[in-house]
Design a protein around this ligand. Sequence first.
Ligand SMILES: [Zn+2]
Length: 432
Amino acid sequence: MRQAFRASLMHCLKDPGESSDTSAVESIDDGLLVVEDGRVIEIGEASVLLPQLTDTTAVTDHSGKIIVPGFIDCHVHFPQLDIIASYGEQLLDWLERYAFPAEAKFADFAYAEEIAAVFLDELLKNGTTTALVFGTVHAHSADAILQAAEQRGMRLIAGKVLMDSNCPRELQDTPASGYAESKALIERWHGKGRLGYAITPRFALTSSEEQLIAAGRLAAEYPDVWVHTHLAENKTEVEEISKLFPHSRSYLDVYDKAGLLRERSVFAHCLHMDDHDRDCLSKKGGAAAFCPTSNLFLGSGLFDLHAMRAANVRVGLGSDVGGGTSLSLLRTASEAYKVLHLQHQALPVARALYLATLGAAEALYLDDRIGNFEAGKEADFVVLDPAGSSISERRTRVANSLDEVLFAITMLGDDRNIAATYVAGSLATAAA
Ligand SMILES: [Zn+2]
C-alpha cells in the first residue's frame, strides 16, 4: 500500500565536507516522503506531490517535525548495555573490570535473548534503524541479536566475538572452534532477509596470530561478509600490540597481514595511527567507526576526521556502548562536534547528518540500500521532534532555518526528540 509522510525533509546526497557543500544536502521545509512496499518512491514539495496522490494513499502528517533517514550505528556492543556509565577506568582495565564479567553472563541463552530485545528496542527509540553489533564469544549471542532484528524487520549486522587469549578462560574460544562457529553462523544468517554477518575478532590483543589468520581465511571465503574489530583505541593497547607483533609495521598491519583488511572491514576508533595507515585503510576499502562518546569517556583520544577524509577513508559514527555513554546518535554527533572543535575542525550539521546516515551506509557498503531517500532505497526513517524537550522547544522556536533547527536538535537532543522511527515503511516505535 502506498503511504505518504508530510514533514520537513532532510537527507544527504554525498559528504557535505567541513565547509558544508549545499549541493550535498537536499532539504525541503514542507515536504512529502512517498513510500510503498517498504521502499522510497519519491520525495518532493508537499504542495506538488499531495495533489498527485490517489485516494487510497494514506497520508501521515508530521508537520512541524523533520524526517531524516534512519540512523546507522557503525559500532556497538549489545552485551554491554547494562554496564554503560561504569566509573573510572581506561580501556584495558575497563574490559577486565566491567566488560568481561558482563559478557560472561551471556553463556545463558535466555539472558542473551532478553538483552537483545531490550537493546534493539532502545536503538529504535533513539532513531537507529541499522547497526553493526558485537556479540560475545558465545555463538548463541549472535543468534539472539539477529533473531531479534529479524522479528523487528531491521537491517542489522552482527557477529560472535572471536577471542582465544588474554581474557578470562570462560570467555575463550579457539582458532578452530571460533572459525567453525562463525562459519555456521554465516550460513545460518548472512543474507537472510535484511540481516548480515560480521566476522568479529575483538582485537589483536585477545586473538592469537593463529586465530587472526583463521578469521582472515574465513573473510576470504566469504567476501560479502563484514569484518568488525577494534583498532588503535588506546596508547597502552597500541604499545602492547607492537610487543606482541614485532614484525608488523603497525597495528593496522597486523590485521592486514592476517587478511582482515578489505572492503566491508570496519575498524572501531582508529585514533593512534599515521598517514601510511590511513592511506592503506583507504586503498583497501576498509572503514573507520568514529566513537566520540567512548573515546572521551575512556580517555582514549581524539579522532582525526580531517585526516581520515583527506585520505578518503570511509567513516561512520559509532556509539560504542558500553564504552560509549549513549545509544543516541544525536548525542554521539554532539560529542563528535566537540572532539573536532578541540582539533580546530568543523562539523557542520549537514556533515553530522551524513556521518550518521549516508556516510555510515557507505562505510558498511550498504549505500545502495539505505542512507538517504533516493527512489528505491529501503524506507527506514526517523521523525525528529524539535519540541522533544522544553529546552530544545525554546531553542528551535527562535531558529531561522531548518539547518539551525537540526543543529540545535543535534546538540541538545536525545531519545526525547525522536517522535517516531519507521523500519521499511512501518512504524517501529513512537513517542508516548
Ligand atoms: Zn567497542
